[in-house]
Design a protein around this ligand. Structure first.
Ligand code: FPP
Length: 274
């Protein structure tokens, strides 16, 4: 069953390893189409080693590399990573600069690997406040990968779920005020078309590392029906086997989207008919 997946990981997974054991448990026909990740715990990872927070972010960038590559090998169509929230500007200037530097470095160094792995790069969030040296690299990576047909890697930068929702409301309100639209006819689709994530399916699986049970202003509209998986693993320690564990757990969940299981449904109907 997982033979195709095993083949994709042929040269990167040792036979008899835990990674192989986990990979074998993944059903390739039930992979999540969109995985979103809140990468958390870089600071704690560093402080446990008596290192500066920036060292945690650097180690976090290595986890990004490993995760993106694993997702591409698995054939996950969409992977979205929360790299920098609008609230993160409140961090010390040196930490913000280091994060931007890591992103630039990632885009410069990984562009080749993104191309080789057929990965398409894009971002969500407000680019205006980002330094031009960062936006230039983003634009370059976007252009260089735009015709790729494999995993779409979306990095959330200067992103806020609430402000994305407000912006969509403003646009729709302006259209109504201009008389071009009847508010009563606004649909979810009209709304989604005005979000940064236009064109992306909603995440099936939202992963958060480092054990925190929060969504932290990430994809607030889009995660309405996502399965949430929280792992104690700190982001810098996250590797392909942690991604496999999350997917295995996801595949055990029963997704009902607010409905009832078919079996329950029929028993309820039968009960009502009595
Ligand atoms: C949260 O950990 C992590 C971030 C705010 C930044 C994530 C950035 C990276 C993983 C590196 C660069 C990204 C790319 C895409 C190359 P935290 O600092 O809040 O950790 P803490 O809660 O333990 O303090």
């Amino acid at each position: 069953m997982s033979n195709n997946l095993l083949k994709e990981f042929e040269n990167v997974i040792a036979s008899g390893s835990k990674d192989e054991f986990l990979l074998r448990q993944i059903d390739p026909d039930k992979l999540p189409a969109h995985i979103a990740i809140i990468m958390d715990g870089n600071g704690r990872w560093a402080s446990r080693r008596n290192q500066p927070r920036v060292a945690g972010h650097r180690a976090g960038a290595a986890a990004v590399r490993a995760t993106v590559e694993a997702a591409a090998r698995l054939g996950i169509p969409y992977l979205t990573l929360y790299a920098f929230s609008t609230e993160n500007w409140k961090r010390p200037r040196l930490e913000v600069e280091a994060l931007m530097g890591l992103l630039r470095e990632f885009l410069r160094k990984e562009i080749r690997s993104l191309k080789e792995n057929n990965i398409r790069f894009r971002t969500i969030g407000r680019e205006q406040r980002l330094e031009s040296t960062v936006t230039r690299e983003i634009e370059h990576a976007r252009r260089e990968t735009e015709s790729n047909t494999g995993t779409v890697l979306t990095v959330a930068l200067n992103y806020s779920g609430r402000s994305e929702i407000i912006q969509a409301c403003r646009e729709l309100a302006a259209e109504c005020a201009a008389g071009g639209r009847d508010p009563a006819e606004i649909t979810e689709y009209d709304f989604e078309r005005r979000l940064f994530t236009e064109g992306l399916p909603d995440p099936d699986l939202l992963i958060r590392t480092s054990g925190e049970m929060r969504v932290s202003n990430f994809l607030l509209w889009q995660i309405a029906y996502s399965e949430i998986y929280v792992t104690e693993t700190l982001w810098p320690d996250f590797r392909q086997l942690n991604l496999f564990e999350a997917i295995i757990e996801f595949q055990k969940r029963e997704r009902r989207y607010g409905a009832v299981k078919p079996a329950h449904k029929s028993s309820l109907v039968a009960a009502n008919m009595k």
